[in-house]
Design a protein around this ligand. Structure first.
Ligand SMILES: [Cu+2]
Length: 151
């Protein structure tokens, strides 16, 4: 196994940290292009989120971002919501970050998550777009369950 695929498995484990008791699929087993008509396809959901850049991609190619809670995130256990957290985002193939992105920057970004068709497990995920936000943007890193509630 290459170091790249081992890294993907670790990233997948990170991504699923919000979910409980799920079985991680083997990495890169499925793709958008089904090899045969009856081969399983993936269901892809794109999430657009705001966050703060923690670290630029290192040798393994992952961007680290502290992201706001994602109430609509679909977990493999059927529950919705991913809490605010710092996590790595592998860049989509062929994607390069704008030169101006630096640690500490506030960003709005979109990542695509591939699930098996019935959403019961995650296959992979990648960052597909990123834009810088004004430095004075107020981000909300409060936990998921407290958002939208009066104190
Ligand atoms: Cu996360």
């Amino acid at each position: 196994m290459s170091s790249t695929s081992r890294s993907s498995a670790q990233l997948l484990a990170t991504l699923t940290c919000c979910a409980t008791s799920i079985v991680l699929p083997g990495c890169k087993k499925q793709s958008h292009q089904a090899a045969a008509p009856d081969a399983p396809k993936t269901s892809v959901i794109e999430y657009t989120v705001r966050g703060k850049v923690i670290a630029l991609p290192g040798p393994m190619g992952d961007l680290s971002i502290q992201h706001e809670a994602i109430p609509e995130f679909r977990n493999p256990d059927g529950k919705l919501g991913m809490n605010t957290m710092q996590m790595p985002f592998p860049l989509a193939e062929g994607m390069t970050l704008p030169d101006t992105i630096a640690p500490g920057d506030l960003v709005e970004f979109t990542f695509a998550v591939e699930y098996v068709p019935d959403f019961t497990s995650l296959v992979d995920y990648h960052l597909i777009a990123i834009d810088e936000l004004p430095a004075d943007t107020q981000l909300d890193f409060s936990p998921l369950e407290r958002q939208g509630q009066a104190n």
